[in-house]
Structures are given as structure tokens and as C-alpha cells.
Write a protein that binds this ligand. Structure first.
Ligand code: SF4
Ligand code: SF4
Ligand code: SF4
Length: 267
């Protein structure tokens, strides 16, 4: 994650933008309610379609949700990058291309046909890419949707010009601290060992295995993890389905960076 100069304006101007997404991460921002108050007096929100009607091309920080899935989105994102001192990727779609990248498994013509039928095969659709494949991203808030506490923490640090390196421990670390019964011991399979933590292991804590929405840790031991999953009866097809719900683009040759030390899906 690159660190840039913090905005110098007394009240940095923040603009929110959405690309291909469900807008659930922006909704999380709105859901912050009183938790957002400490920030409200310190920043000026100049564009946020879900909350205000004003628009502006003058902003210091662009907070961008969603992935790039159409050619027409590329110049739009580049223009936002040009105007912003800092660009923040908000949520798994922006960070990893997220669930949008599921379409990358298929030829784009088949995707067009499935969505638009035979009548509109000229529809603009390209393999989904995270923002970082198109422009420089200064900070990322991972998750689907983003964690509200992390959102406030990252924005606060960003505005103070502090370091933004994300945690690199896997979800298992927080899960163990919570003293959860491991989903593997309950006969389920979980991606926690190879997925970046920071979400307080919310899914295992509430009775579900981790599906990987925060993307791989920097050095995922995919070979060892795949072996565990195989021992739990997953076929290669099951494995790919589990791995690629959120991390499809990370497993592609030109996807978001992850170091590949061992074998595993896509390695
Ligand atoms: S990361 Fe999840 S919640 Fe956020 S916009 Fe994408 S699909 Fe929606
Ligand atoms: S439930 Fe998942 S995250 Fe928790 S310890 Fe087991 S493998 Fe790790
Ligand atoms: S436990 Fe896994 S799927 Fe759930 S929020 Fe954390 S990283 Fe995402």
C-alpha cells in the first residue's frame, strides 16, 4: 500500500464514487451514524450520491467502491485519480474485483449472452479488475462489506498522514483469540488460514466459515491449505469454487499482487 502526503487543506474534501458494485460498502459508511461524528467536522464531503445531491470535481480524497468491469469505466477512474491527492479502495470489489470477478471464469461473449441475451452482444463487459489494476491506490479498506470500525480507523489515520499498512495475520489468529470452535472440527471447510484478518473473525464467530472476502495474506500457504481441504473431501471443482468467490482475480496472472511461494489454485 503506497503512502502519499496527507491532504493539506484545513478540511480535506472527500468524494465518494461507485463503479461496479452493490453499493453495500457506501451503505456501511452511512450506517456509521454517530461513529462518523468525530470525522464530520474535520472533513468536507463534496460528493456522495447515496447521501447528498451535490457534485464536485474538486476533492482531495476519492473513496472509490466497486471494480472495473467495463471499458468505459477506465477513463472515468483515471480522471478521478488525476483529481485526487489520495485514492482509497473501499471494499472487496475495489480491492480484489471481488464477486464481480466470478465472470472472469467464462468467455466474455458467454457472459454477455447470459446477461443480455442474443439481442445485445455488443454490451460493454470486460474481465473484472480491481482498481489497482488501472490506477495507483493509496489505501485499501478490505471486506464485503467493509468493517465499520476499520473504516473509521483507516480514514482517521489517512487524514493524519499516518502509516496504512494492513494487518497481515490470517483470520485464524483473531478466531483463536475469540476462542471459537474451529469450523474444521465441526466438519466444515474454512479459508481462514490463508485470508487476511482484521475483521475480528466475524464469520466463524457467528457460526460460518470464512469465505475469503479480505483476500489472501501476503504469503498464503496455499499448498498446505489445499491439502487440508482435500483431506476434508473437497474435489478440485469444489476447491476452485471456494477459493474464487472473492479471490478469483488474485489467482489470475495479472491480478492483484500476492507472493506465490507454494503450489495451489492458480499458482
Ligand atoms: S465489497 Fe461487497 S458490499 Fe461492498 S460493494 Fe462489493 S459486493 Fe457490495
Ligand atoms: S474456524 Fe476458520 S478461521 Fe477459525 S481457526 Fe478454524 S480455520 Fe481458522
Ligand atoms: S471471516 Fe472471512 S469472509 Fe468473514 S469477514 Fe472475515 S475475511 Fe471476510
Amino acid at each position: 500500500m503506497t503512502r502519499r502526503k496527507p491532504p493539506e487543506a484545513p478540511r480535506p474534501r472527500i468524494a465518494f464514487f461507485e463503479f461496479t458494485s452493490c453499493e453495500g460498502c457506501q451503505l456501511q459508511v452511512l450506517n456509521l451514524e454517530e461513529d462518523l461524528f468525530p470525522l464530520v467536522g474535520r472533513v468536507e464531503i463534496v460528493e456522495f450520491r447515496e447521501a447528498i445531491s451535490s457534485r464536485s470535481d474538486a476533492y482531495d480524497v476519492a473513496i472509490v467502491e466497486g471494480s472495473v468491469t467495463r471499458t468505459s469505466e477506465i477513463p472515468r477512474l483515471q480522471a478521478i485519480r488525476e483529481r485526487a491527492g489520495l485514492l482509497v479502495a473501499l471494499g472487496a470489489c475495489a480491492h480484489l474485483a471481488g464477486v464481480n470477478a466470478l465472470k472472469n471464469r467464462f468467455p466474455m461473449e458467454d457472459v454477455r449472452r447470459a446477461v443480455y441475451g442474443e439481442s445485445d452482444l455488443g454490451a460493454d463487459t470486460i474481465p473484472a479488475r480491481p482498481l489497482s489494476a488501472v490506477v495507483t491506490v493509496d489505501a485499501t479498506i478490505p471486506g464485503c462489506p467493509v468493517d465499520r470500525n476499520e473504516l473509521v480507523r483507516v480514514l482517521t489515520r489517512l487524514l493524519l498522514g499516518r502509516s496504512l499498512e494492513p494487518a497481515d495475520d490470517p483470520v485464524c489468529v483473531e478466531c483463536k483469540l475469540k476462542e471459537n470452535v474451529c469450523r474444521f472440527d465441526l466438519g466444515e471447510v474454512c479459508l481462514g488460514p490463508v485470508i487476511r484478518g482484521g475483521c475480528d473473525a466475524i464469520c466463524p464467530t457467528f457460526g460460518r466459515p470464512c469465505d475469503g472476502c479480505r483476500g489472501f495474506v501476503n504469503d498464503p500457504r496455499l499448498g498446505a491449505h489445499v491439502e487440508v481441504l482435500r483431506r476434508h473431501g473437497l474435489t478440485p471443482e469444489d476447491l476452485m469454487r471456494r477459493y474464487t468467490l472473492f479471490t478469483q482475480a488474485q489467482l489470475e496472472p495479472d491480478g492483484p499482487p500476492r507472493r506465490r511461494k507454494e503450489g495451489g489454485p492458480g499458482a
